[in-house]
Write a protein that binds this ligand. Structure first.
Ligand code: IDP
Ligand code: MG
Length: 132
């Protein structure tokens, strides 16, 4: 079965959306294999977002992700990577479809509720970072 890494970002935890978000993956038939909640430090976030170093939104993204607790999960299932990305919706919440997590709950480009790995290679890399 394919595995992917999901992060429930600090905005969603603050807003009490953990159950709502996990329920959407479970209703699709995906399985939560591992899960932990904690406030991430700068080191783990710089590893996780290394592909975005130097972009104009990078520093704001790191400070936002350090602003509170996150939930990190390994989600497993058929086409888990694609499936989670579809349930999450597009990165820009104003382009994300209604019915997707970001379409329904996000109204900021940086504070967009969830993260899901975008490829098999990144899923493996991110699972190793968050569940070492
Ligand atoms: P993804 O989370 O849908 O994979 P990425 O392009 O990998 O999107 O960007 C990582 C995260 O960086 C986004 O989820 C969002 O929080 C933030 N981000 C991406 N693009 C922008 C932007 O143009 N402005 C502000 N924040 C952004
Ligand atoms: Mg990404």
């Amino acid at each position: 079965m394919e595995k992917t890494l999901v992060l429930i970002k600090p905005d969603a935890v603050r807003r009490g959306l953990i159950g709502e978000i996990i329920g959407r993956y479970e209703r699709k038939g995906l399985k939560i294999c591992r899960m932990k909640m904690f406030r991430p430090d700068e080191e783990i976030l710089r590893l996780h977002y290394s592909e975005h170093i130097g972009k104009d939104f990078y520093e704001a993204l790191i400070s936002f992700m350090m602003s509170g607790s996150i939930v990190a999960m390994i989600v497993e299932g058929n086409k888990a990577i694609e499936s989670v990305r579809k349930i999450n919706g597009k990165t820009n919440p104003f382009e994300a479809e209604n019915g997707s997590i970001r379409g329904d709950f996000a109204s900021s480009l940086t504070e967009n509720i969830v993260h899901g790995s975008d490829s098999a290679e990144n899923a493996q890399k991110e699972i190793d970072i968050w569940f070492k």
